[in-house]
Design a protein around this ligand. Structure first.
Ligand code: ZN
Length: 77
């Protein structure tokens, strides 16, 4: 893996933070890569996909909890 700046990346751990109107979510110790040149943190594609799905789910469920309404979307399955 290489950074978009062309720098060398080293393997390590990082955290991912997501926040919305009703939630703040931090996932720690995710396997990640850090660019030794610009310091940018990169995640594997499948890790990014899984995090996005998780965040979507948190967003939906937090809405359900706070509004008391169930919202099942067919695109999740
Ligand atoms: Zn870089």
């Amino acid at each position: 893996m290489e950074c978009s700046c062309g720098g060398v990346v080293v393997e390590g751990k990082s955290c991912y933070r997501a926040s919305g109107e009703r939630y703040c979510y931090i996932l720690e110790d995710i396997p990640a890569y850090r660019c030794t040149r610009c310091g940018k943190v990169l995640f594997e594609d499948d890790v990014v996909d899984r995090i996005k799905k998780l965040v979507n789910r948190i967003e939906r469920e937090s809405n359900e909890i706070t509004t008391g309404k169930s919202s099942i979307h067919s695109y999740d399955y």
